[in-house]
Write a protein that binds this ligand. Structure first.
Ligand code: FES
Length: 167
């Protein structure tokens, strides 16, 4: 003897399952849209990330034009500041020391005035507030409390020109 089978209608769909499915679909769509924005955002924000990464080597002229005498020369370099591109010029002092070529900025580390090289006294003097630096740019008299900034310098092996870059 077999039991009677009942053919009851299928239960109505659970509305919560439908909502969960729509929720997952919306989340997946949002995630896909967000991922598609990543390359565009990277291109747009890239210049901000490149800020202060240092510049290109800039020629100062033939190596033969420089020597042990300290020589003040202008140094113009390209600066990328976020989305803005500009040319900046600063004065630097270049000479050949015991350990090779040296380039230091003439910008006083106290408040930014231009220091002057006093050859007779072998020191840099700042006319604004009287700070002094020795022949290598180290502070010997306040109010400056940091040495003059050094810049990377090299001799280009092909052109034999001295090159510096903003650090
Ligand atoms: S700016 Fe040089 S001592 Fe003040």
């Amino acid at each position: 003897m077999s039991e009677p089978t009942s053919l009851s209608p299928a239960p109505p769909p659970d509305p919560r399952a439908r909502r969960r499915f729509l929720g997952w679909t919306a989340s997946l769509s949002s995630l896909t849209a967000a991922l598609m924005l990543v390359p565009g955002l990277a291109a747009f924000l890239g210049p901000l990330v490149k800020l202060d990464q240092g510049g290109d080597w800039v020629s100062l002229g033939p190596e033969s034009e420089f020597g042990e005498e300290r020589k003040v020369v202008p140094f113009t370099y390209a600066r990328q500041d976020g989305w803005f591109h500009s040319l900046q010029t600063r004065q630097i002092v270049v000479w050949k020391g015991a350990e090779g070529w040296v380039a230091i900025s003439t910008e006083c580390t106290h408040a930014g005035c231009a220091v002057q090289w006093k050859k007779a006294e072998s020191k840099f003097h700042c006319p604004c507030h009287g700070a002094e630096f020795d022949q290598n740019g180290s502070v010997t008299k306040p109010p400056a409390d940091r040495a003059l900034a050094r810049l990377p310098i090299r001799v280009n092996p092909q052109s034999r020109e001295l090159e510096v870059k903003e650090s």
